[in-house]
Design a protein around this ligand. Structure first.
Ligand code: ADP
Length: 426
């Protein structure tokens, strides 16, 4: 299997988001969880997204993990590797966007790397190097209060410079609007001046198409799903993809088995989706304090599901309203309570699979990551989209046999997301 495009994603839900974008833009795409075991047989695809968890780890760990993934992707024929970062440029002065970008560039023999987190579909635009989140500059957006990576500077040239050894440049919108030739000329001039990474402006998808076309001629780029869109469209336009688009029907061949929903997101959207689900299926609300106290609450949840699940899908949710969440966090600490609940929901997901669940919907980014790790699913083929940013995923090489999953970031999906997801999974 030779692939055209490789990507290394710095977290799991970002990987799914990118894989979904690539699929929607015509590339048959697989998302792997880490670097797969050599024995894993991957289907014939155009793009592979290796999901890592390196957004907030020490820079040296992120560099080492990304370098291994890059080698793996190149061995499979990837001519271009996109380092997939968050569209809000989540990072600190220590990294990890700068160090990983420089390491990937060096591994590929040097050269300038195009960097842009722009993703117009979700309101992320870059103008004169400044990132806007909707109508606000990054440093005035909610990202200024992010618990792990608070973003206090919207000027990405400055932000990336602080994390880089080498000089960082800018390709502005005027140059991009002049087309790929103008962008290439500017890149060459910057390269001669010793620059090894450039922040590229992008406001509209056509800007990303221009950047994708130029990036495809280089070995490495860094960006969010927007740059993925540009690269995918450039690949299709180049005529190098002969598959004729992504055969998503193959990804949703029925798997049978039982179905369930596990929720750990406490976002407003998920809480509402749970209320709506209550009208059509049994919903168990876990007691978060009892979950933290020991394994009894998990055992009770499994026994509750056992009585009902053969009759139809069931929902098990740790999710709670903000007051309850902050009370628990003040008692046990934010990280400790979140992590303990993720562990509990992942055990519940694994126990349900053990009992015959093969169609599983998980609500919550971290919740999904913990469950996928516990289930030890090696890879996914990306299927059709259920709601913007959330595709149906078909497991590849899963020990329990083929499963269909939907992994939903908290705020994604309409109010009937759970029934909509299950309706696409048979
Ligand atoms: P989202 O995608 O909405 O951010 P995540 O799964 O990433 O969802 O994050 C939700 C976090 O909240 C997880 O760490 C989860 O374990 C935690 N959590 C779930 N239920 C509760 C609760 N009742 N109280 C406190 N934390 C909770």
């Amino acid at each position: 299997m030779a692939i055209f495009l490789g990507s290394i994603a710095d977290d799991y839900t970002g990987a799914s988001d990118l894989a979904n974008t690539l699929t929607k833009n015509g590339l048959r795409t697989v998302q792997t969880v880490g670097i797969p075991d050599p024995s894993l047989a991957l289907p014939d695809v155009d793009a592979v997204v290796v999901s890592l968890k390196i957004r907030s780890v020490p820079a040296s760990d992120a560099v080492a993990a990304a370098a291994s993934a890059e080698r793996w992707l190149r061995q499979r024929g990837a001519g271009h590797v996109l380092y997939k970062i968050c569209s809000t440029f989540d990072s600190t002065d220590a990294g990890n966007i700068g160090p990983v970008t420089e390491a990937l560039s060096e591994a590929a023999g040097g050269g300038v790397v195009l960097v842009t987190p722009a993703f117009p579909e979700t309101g992320r635009t870059v103008y004169l190097g400044h990132l806007f989140v909707g109508g606000q500059p990054l440093n005035e957006s909610p990202l200024k209060d992010h618990p792990l990576n608070p973003m206090h500077d919207a000027n990405l040239v400055r932000v990336l410079t602080r994390q880089s050894h080498n000089a960082v440049g800018l390709i502005d919108l005027t140059t991009i609007a002049a087309g790929p030739g103008a962008v290439k000329a500017r890149l060459e001039a910057l390269s001669t001046a010793g620059v090894t990474a450039v922040i590229a402006d992008a406001i509209f998808e056509r800007d990303l198409e221009t950047l994708g076309e130029v990036a495809l001629e280089t070995p490495v780029s860094t960006g969010a799903s927007g740059l993925g869109l540009g690269l995918a469209r450039a690949l299709i336009r180049s005529g190098r993809i002969s598959s004729g688009g992504a055969p998503t029907a193959d990804a949703i061949r029925p798997v049978g088995g039982l179905s369930a929903i596990v929720a750990g997101s406490c976002s407003k959207a998920t809480l509402h989706q749970l209320d709506i689900a209550e009208r059509s299926m049994p919903v168990l609300r876990l007691d978060p304090e009892r979950l933290l106290a020991g394994p009894d609450e998990i055992a009770a949840a499994i026994s509750w599901a056992g009585d009902r699940i053969s009759a139809g899908p069931v929902v098990i949710a740790a999710s709670a309203a903000p007051e309850t969440v902050s009370r628990l966090q003040s008692l046990y600490g934010r990280e400790a309570s979140g992590h303990a609940i993720e562990t509990a929901t992942s055990i519940i997901a694994a126990e349900l699979v053990e009992r015959g669940v093969r169609r599983l919907v998980i609500a919550g980014g971290e919740t999904s990551g913990a469950a996928v790790d516990r289930l030890a699913i090696p890879a996914f083929l990306i299927g059709p989209e259920i709601a913007p940013g959330v595709p149906v995923l078909r497991t590849i090489g899963n020990a329990q046999g083929d499963m269909l999953l939907a992994l939903k970031s908290g705020n994604f999906g309409g109010e009937d997301f759970f029934t909509a997801a299950l309706a696409m999974m048979h």
